[in-house]
Write a protein that binds this ligand. Structure first.
Ligand code: ZN
Length: 273
């Protein structure tokens, strides 16, 4: 059984501020270590349940946060940026299940640590066909493109609830209770390591038993709509051929999700200018 662990940083144990997830800041060093530990706990659980291949995708910022020297040696690491599938690098038909580690809620969510959607300075909202979503939805749809289900998520209570609302009864490990965008009651790393390991083990066991929600597969064609914070961002994103524009919203329709994902990333990359 092959498992892809797709990671982000905002939903990692103990994280509550941008400084903690921003390379160059003194606090960042502590939390990239913590990120590596949360991921190790998931690798441990997945392997205990019989996973024989684990690939980790480092999906935050420039994709070089996880400390490879401290990473469980049973897992390979996709690191660096840009890569063809970004936060989902390593996904293909050979993967059996995806675990989201360190995820965060979509932009505009109350009681959600560092809520945003892809870029906190650029993207106000994203819709996949008419469903308002966050990174979790985009990434789950990319997994779905390859017929692969998401089996587990870790993060604060709001991120986990949004994933469950979209995908159904996946395994959940809540590592903190957010009371605002920059405030949460955090569980100790010792506790979350156990919780994450146990959830990953159950998730892979359920996957093996056929007891996990179906892959997230969108009706085709797939329209991705991005609402930008300012109109100049929409001006630049609209330079991509065949986009449609309404105010600060720009949409792009593709025949399949792998292209829709690339189109989304192209819009956001261009929008920053
Ligand atoms: Zn991130």
């Amino acid at each position: 059984m092959k498992i892809l662990i797709a990671t982000d940083m905002e939903g990692i144990t103990g994280v509550t501020t941008w400084d903690q997830v921003t390379p160059g800041h003194a606090e960042y060093a502590r939390f990239r270590k913590q990120m590596t530990e949360d991921v190790n706990a998931a690798i441990r659980g997945a392997c205990q349940a019989g996973a024989d291949e684990v690939i980790v995708a480092d999906g935050h910022w420039n994709g070089s946060n996880i400390l490879i020297e401290d990473l469980d040696s049973r897992a390979g690491l996709n690191t660096g940026s840009p890569s063809p599938f970004s936060m989902m690098q390593g996904i293909d038909e050979g993967v059996d299940g995806v675990i989201f580690i360190g995820y965060h809620a979509r932009n505009g969510s109350p009681y959600a640590i560092l809520d945003h959607t892809w870029s906190s300075r650029t993207v106000a909202n994203v819709w996949l066909n008419d469903v308002l979503t966050g990174e979790y939805g985009l990434n789950a749809a990319v997994a779905g493109h390859f017929g692969v289900p998401v089996i587990m998520v870790t993060g604060d209570q709001t991120a986990c609830a949004q994933v469950a609302e979209l995908l159904g009864d996946v395994e959940i490990a809540v590592v903190k209770q957010a009371s605002g965008r920059y405030a949460a009651e955090c569980l100790s790393p010792e506790v979350t390591r156990e919780t994450i390991c146990g959830s990953a083990q159950r998730a892979v066991e359920r996957l093996a038993a056929g007891d996990i929600p179906e892959p997230f597969i969108l009706d085709m064609p797939i329209t991705v709509t991005v609402e930008f914070f300012t109109s100049d961002m929409a001006d630049r994103a609209s330079l991509i051929p065949f986009t449609k524009r309404a105010g600060t919203r720009v949409s792009l329709t593709n025949q399949e999700m792998a292209s829709a994902y690339r189109g989304f990333r192209a819009m956001v990359t261009l929008a920053v200018g």
